[in-house]
Design a protein around this ligand. Structure first.
Ligand code: FAD
Length: 383
């Protein structure tokens, strides 16, 4: 029987495995993907400053930073709304940090994590598709498709991005009735590390500076998504320019476009006997403020601390799992409320609301404490 088994060695599961490496525990990670492949198509991930610190502690940050162009610093974030006044700019130097966050590609991050797992000697079984996870009093059982025998562990961390097959843990779902359209886009001027967040009546749009381009995350009602995907490049760029108005101009090129539906999902409860869920398996957020992965990394870090604090005798015991759930409660709730609230407040197209949103953004710009609080949320999450 293993001490710890991790279902899913995606960005969150791999970080958890690395945080537990070298501590004298028998850790096994299982992942359905083939070796050297990633689950998701590439997407730009905005890493908060706090996430960088976690990746430094597990030794992944230097690997990532050593890859040419893999990490792009966010020097400024420009927040605006279509059809309303009020603009705010968060600047790293005003907050005494070298960057408000960093943009990395999902694929580059996963590769750096996979390499770090090999270097740390953490065993990962690739091609192992987990069918079910069932906790008991003394151990949890993991059924892997095609295996004759289950994998057993004293505690199982589920980091499969979906929390699909865990006995005793339900999943609540709120459909945003919105899609995210993602694509790399280029402008005729360098990005200089400026990220843009634009609130439009149809949904928020983010432009994340990455290498020589931006990662676009455009949230839209489903009925508007298919026509945008079908447009030729020039017509698509014209639509994007229209959405940004005078705030961002000079779009010249767009790469492959993809779209997928958005929903708020959360696991209830966060633990079952001998089982804890982390990352997107615990909560999947709207990508509006780039909080999802950052929250997931903090899940991984806190679960690792709860496991290490417990010591061999109490590994996977109810008290250890309760400690993990308690440590995650406030951060999870505020992350969910923050992104859900942003979608609600900026999503409705009512003139009065547009006015108050403008006042909010304008005040944020002239009232340093509010701006500081917003910048802190972007850099470290809400706690
Ligand atoms: C458009 C978009 C933009 C985003 N931008 C940001 C951002 O800027 N900042 C941010 O913080 N977050 C962002 N997110 C969220 C971020 O992508 C996720 O939070 C992150 O990918 C979650 O990582 P994870 O490891 O929990 O899950 P996943 O990335 O889903 O990885 C799960 C792993 O589990 C494996 N797996 C799945 N099922 C099984 C199974 N049955 N058996 C075994 N293994 C299995 C998979 O192969 C995979 O390796 C964005 C999301 C979207 C949709």
């Amino acid at each position: 029987m293993h001490d710890v088994a991790i279902v899913g060695a995606g960005p969150v599961g791999a970080t958890l495995a690395l945080a537990l490496a070298g501590q004298g525990l028998d850790v096994l990670a299982l992942d359905a993907r083939p070796p050297h492949e990633t689950l998701r198509g590439d997407r730009s991930i905005a890493l908060a400053h706090g996430s960088r610190l976690i990746l430094e502690r597990v030794g992944v940050w230097p690997r990532l930073a050593a890859v040419d162009g893999a990490v792009t610093a966010i020097a400024e974030i420009d927040v605006s709304q279509a059809g309303g006044f009020g603009v705010t700019r968060l600047r790293a130097r005003e907050h005494g940090v070298e960057a408000l966050g960093h943009v990395v590609s999902y694929v580059a991050l996963q590769r750096a994590l996979d390499d770090a797992l090999v270097a740390a000697g953490v065993p990962v079984r690739f091609g192992a598709s987990v069918a079910s996870v069932d906790g008991g009093a003394a151990q949890a059982r993991i059924v892997v498709a095609g295996d004759a025998e289950p994998v057993e562990a004293r505690v199982v961390a589920v980091a499969d991005g979906a929390g699909a097959a865990v006995a005793g843990i339900a999943r609540e779902r709120h459909d945003y009735r919105q899609n995210a359209l993602v694509a790399p886009v280029w402008r005729d001027t360098p990005h200089r590390g400026v990220a843009y967040e634009r609130f439009t009546p149809a949904g928020p749009i983010a432009l994340l500076p990455e290498r020589d381009h931006y990662g676009l995350v455009w949230t839209l009602p489903p009925e508007r998504t298919a026509p945008l995907l079908a447009l030729d490049e020039a017509a698509f760029l014209a639509q994007l320019a229209h959405a940004f108005g005078s705030r961002v101009t000079g779009f010249v090129r767009a790469g492959a476009r993809r779209a997928f539906p958005l929903a708020l999902e959360r696991a209830r409860p966060l633990t079952a006997p001998r089982v804890a869920v982390v990352g997107n398996a615990a909560q999947q957020l709207h990508p509006v403020a780039g909080q999802g992965f950052n929250l997931g990394l903090r899940d991984a870090w806190e679960l690792a601390q709860a496991i290490l604090d417990a010591g061999p005798a109490s590994l996977g015991e109810p008290a250890m799992l309760a400690r993990y759930a308690a440590r995650r409660r406030a951060d999870r709730l505020s992350g969910i409320a923050f992104t859900h609230g942003l979608v609600g407040v900026f999503g409705a197209d009512l003139p009065l609301l547009r006015l108050s949103r403008g006042v909010g953004l304008a005040l944020l710009d002239v009232f340093p404490p509010a701006k500081r609080a917003f910048a802190q949320a972007m850099m470290f999450g809400l706690r």
